[in-house]
Every structure is written in C-alpha cells, then in structure tokens.
Write a protein that binds this ligand. Structure first.
Ligand code: ZN
Length: 493
C-alpha cells in the first residue's frame, strides 16, 4: 500500500481535549511512554486494553516510517493500595501474603505478563525499565524539586507542594480538576498530618519499620512516590520533553497530573506533547473490580474457566474485540459480544488467507481496490479509528468471497493490491496474527480440519489401521475426536 504523502495522522490529545495533527519533536524519531503494569497479579482485561491500544499506535507509527522508541515500565515499587500516599505497597503486600521475597513476586508476574502480551501479539516495547532499578534517578529528581522550592520534607517524607505550584502553573491542566475541590474532597482522609495541604502528594516516603522495600536517601530510608517513577524514567530514556505519553483513563488523575507537575518543575518544561488515554472496560455492563467478583484475568478468558464465561476465548479474539471498538469508547465484555467477535475474526482471517490463493483473470475490469486502502489509512489517521478500518476490511472480505465463489472476477493488478491490503492492515498494523503465520486457533482449526478429512477418507476405504492411528496419536496430544450426526468434531481434553 502506498502511503499517501498528504496523509496526516491526527490524535486526540487529553491536554487540549481536541484532535491534533501529530507532529513529533524531531522526526522521524518518536518517543512514546506508556504506563505499564504493577506486577502483583495476573494481567486482566484492564491491562490488555492499553497494551493493545498502544501496540496499534506503535505498529502504525512504524508503518508510517517513524523510528519509535517505545518505553513501557514495570512498576515494582511505590504503588500503594488505593493509589494513595498511605497504605501498604501492592507488591510488598502480596509478598507478605505469599511469604515470598518481593522480587520473587515481581519476577513471577512479569514473566506471566510477558507471556500474556505475546499471546495477544503485542510487540515488546523498545525499553522496559523497572521502577526499582531507577531509585537513584528518582532521588535526583526529588532533590531537584526540593532545590527549586516546590517540595518540602516532613518527618522523613518529601511532598510536592501543589499549592505553591498552582500559583504559576495549572495543576488540573490534564484532568480538569480544580484545586479547591481537591482540597475539600480530600480533607477528611486520614494520614494528612505530614502534609501542608491535602492536595500535596508524596514524592518520597519514609518507610515504616515493617516496610520491606526500602532504600537510603538524604531524607530517610524509604521509597519513591508512585508518580516519580514515570517522570524519572520517561525523562531518562526519552528526554525532558517527548512526544507521546499513554495509559488508561484511570491514570489521568492523580498519576499523570502529578507527573506533569513534577517534571515541569524538575526540567523547566512540560514533559509531554500528546497525552493519550484509552477508555475503561465493563463486564456485562458492570464496572470491573475485585470486590464485584468480575476482575477476570486474561488467563481466565483463554481457558474459559470462570463462571461468567460460556467458553474459552482465544487471545486473538480478545485482541480483535478490543480493536473493533474505538480506544476512547468504553467497551463492554459479554459472552454474546465475544462470540460475535470470534465469528467476525474467523471470517476476516479466512479471507486474509484465501486471498493468497485466488486466481486473477486479466479480462476482469479494474476495481477500485486502492480506495479501500485509502479509507483504511483515513480511518487510522483519524485518531486510530480501528472500527472504521475494520469495517472497510470486511468490504474486502466480501470481495474475496465473491471472487472465490465465482460471482465476480478480479484482474492481476487488483488482486495484488487486495493481497497487500490484507497483509498491511490485518497482519502488520492490526496485528491480528503472529508473524509465524497463524494465530494458534486459526492454524489449529485448519490443521484439524485436514486431519479429520484424512481420517474420514481412510475409514471410507476401510483402512482402519490408519484411521485408528490418527485417533490414537491425537489422543496422545489430549485431542479427542467425536463422530456425531452433524459430522466429526474435536476438542481438547
Ligand atoms: Zn505511570
């Protein structure tokens, strides 16, 4: 697909609350930072959405010719319960409950997170820094904010002075929150005694005696505030100011708002040009949450072993389902919606493979395949409108099926454009298959269909030795073949 030289990418910037033309600071280089997981449990749908959203952006920017440095952190220290300044560290709590070293928890869940992301065909970021590996950088940043007079020490902890900052800056520029409301909303909370103002946030916390994750600092043995890590690591790897910062909408406040304030003071300029946020996920119309019993892990979806799930859903079905919605819309998961996505994905991938086998007919009149490609670009250029791009790809699916069924003909030039359309948009940009040539399910379905056909052929010619051999070999792989009235089916044991 030739990229239209006039084609321009517009993205919705949470800062201006508008779609803006994407113009990187130093093209063709793009710096992109996305808040990664706090690794104290298996990844759930809430983790999959930013991963897939910014994977789409990463892939698309690379396709457009940008050289992207994509940083996605691992939070392994400083993220306290309820995203607050008080309470237990999420990692440390899990370590205490499991009677493990905190870094054993971090290692275990980081490996599992990577595995889930690979299953979803989410490309690895260029750099994946750990918060605990950047304590020095965070301490340096705290020092710099103290020197500039925008933080104060209190009983071994250091707090960012939001009131002072607000005199010349807008704390709330991203989230739209107002300082007076923040103060009145948080006044009632406990543990405010160390702070001058309830809106202030910790950039360094003194560790209580029982707190196991601690490092020496000029102020106390302690640990960095949660927001510090992203400011420090973003600045270290992408510079004082970089192009894109992404994450879930739940991070707008206080996390990203505080990142802006800290970095602005430490570096003397606003850290990020385009703030991008994906919307939230609901399950059967309900907010997802541990207390509601519906915080399903990705592994629950992949195995189908959860009371809310009617069946297992493949990683590609989850990916496709998310891409079928615009990233700034809320997305509701239900069995019906996932089953529909599963069917749609199969149709799309079947056509994407069958288009490679179609025969061209040179007498066929020219069709406007280029227009389909232009429309896919136009959709993605409009703030990554993947649902519109997918709708255009289904127009291409209908064309593939019409040619396959002999209802229409296609000439050689159009066919190669059509093949390229599927390759570029379905595989490269939407990432709907692994590079080795098939999502597990697609490949497995195809292979099983062939094997079942071979077994039926053997039985028809009364070659029972072969048909039994096939059945036994499959049984050894935990695959059961069932002969029924509707034909032969298979399932995993
Ligand atoms: Zn972050």
């Amino acid at each position: 697909m030739n990229i239209d030289p006039e084609s321009k990418l517009f993205v919705y910037n949470s800062l201006s609350r508008n779609k803006e033309l994407f113009e990187p600071l130093s093209p063709p280089h793009v710096g992109m930072y996305v808040c990664g997981p706090t690794v104290y449990g298996d990844a759930h749908l809430g983790h999959a959405r930013p991963a897939i959203t910014f994977d789409l952006l990463f892939r698309y920017l690379k396709h457009l010719g940008y050289k992207v440095r994509y940083v996605r952190n691992i939070t392994d220290v400083g993220h306290l319960e309820n995203d607050a300044d008080e309470g237990e560290d999420k990692i440390a709590k899990k370590a205490r409950v499991e009677e493990l070293e905190p870094m054993e928890i971090v290692q275990y869940y980081t490996v599992r997170y990577h595995h889930n992301m690979d299953q979803l065909n989410v490309l690895r970021p260029s750099i994946e820094p750990h918060a605990s590996g950047h304590i020095i950088e965070q301490i340096e940043m705290v020092k710099s904010i103290l020197e500039k007079g925008f933080a104060y020490e209190s009983q071994g902890s250091v707090y960012f002075d939001v009131e002072k900052y607000s005199k010349n800056h807008h704390y709330g520029v991203l989230s739209g929150r107002k300082l007076d409301e923040l103060i009145s909303n948080t006044r009632k909370l406990a543990g405010q005694t160390e702070k001058r103002n309830s809106a202030d946030f910790a950039i360094w916390k003194k560790a209580e005696p029982a707190h196991i994750m601690r490092w020496p600092s000029p102020w106390s043995d302690g640990f960095p505030g949660w927001h510090m890590e992203c400011s420090a690591m973003g600045c270290k790897y992408l510079g004082d100011q970089f192009d894109i910062h992404g994450g879930g909408m739940d991070l707008l406040f206080p996390h990203h708002e505080s990142e802006i304030a800290q970095s602005t003071i430490a570096n003397g300029k606003a850290p990020v040009r385009y703030w991008m946020h994906n919307n939230m996920i609901t399950i059967n119309g309900q907010k997802m949450g541990k207390s509601l019993g519906n915080a399903l892990s990705l592994n629950d979806f992949f195995s189908g072993k959860h009371e809310l799930l009617a069946q297992a859903y493949s990683p590609m079905t989850i990916r496709f389902f998310m891409l079928q919605a615009h990233y700034r819309s809320t997305l509701d998961f239900s069995n019906e919606a996932l089953q529909a996505a599963d069917k749609g994905l199969k149709r799309l991938l079947t056509a994407a493979h069958e288009v490679k086998q179609l025969q061209a007919d040179d007498k066929a009149p020219a069709q406007n395949i280029g227009k389909l490609g232009e429309e896919c670009y136009a959709a993605l250029n409009d703030d990554l409108n993947s649902p519109i791009a997918i709708a255009r790809l289904f127009d291409a699916v209908r064309l593939v099926n019409a040619v396959k069924d002999g209802h229409t003909r296609i000439n050689k030039n159009d066919l190669s454009l059509l093949q390229e359309l599927f390759q570029v948009f379905v595989f490269d940009i939407l990432g709907l298959e692994t590079e080795t040539g098939g999502s597990d399910d697609y490949l497995l379905d195809g292979l099983m269909e062939t094997i079942i056909q071979l077994r039926q052929d053997a039985r028809q010619r009364k070659d029972y030795a072969t048909s039994d051999l096939i059945r036994d070999k499959l049984a050894a792989l935990q695959i059961v073949i069932k002969d029924g009235k509707e034909g032969t089916s298979w399932e995993r044991k």
